[in-house]
Design a protein around this ligand. Structure first.
Ligand SMILES: [Zn+2]
Length: 71
């Protein structure tokens, strides 16, 4: 029986490694670096610099992004 268990361990390890790679890729894709566009990412108000017009908008945006991830 040891032959079978070795085979399944090997398969599990491969599967685990594959999952790690996918997870790493997913993380890299999920968090692209936001570029300032001249508008608030949350409410689209025109701003001279940064990504958000105010702290509230940044927090709301973070909250929305977190909710999307948990879906
Ligand atoms: Zn805003």
């Amino acid at each position: 029986m040891s032959k079978f268990s070795d085979t399944s361990d090997f398969a599990t390890e491969l599967e685990q490694r594959e999952r790690d790679i996918l997870l790493a890729q997913h993380k890299a894709n999920a968090e692209p670096r936001l570029q300032p566009t001249g508008r608030c990412y949350n409410c689209e108000l025109e701003i001279s610099r940064g990504l958000f017009c105010c702290k509230d908008c940044q927090e709301e945006w973070d909250f929305i992004k977190k909710m999307e991830k948990h879906r």
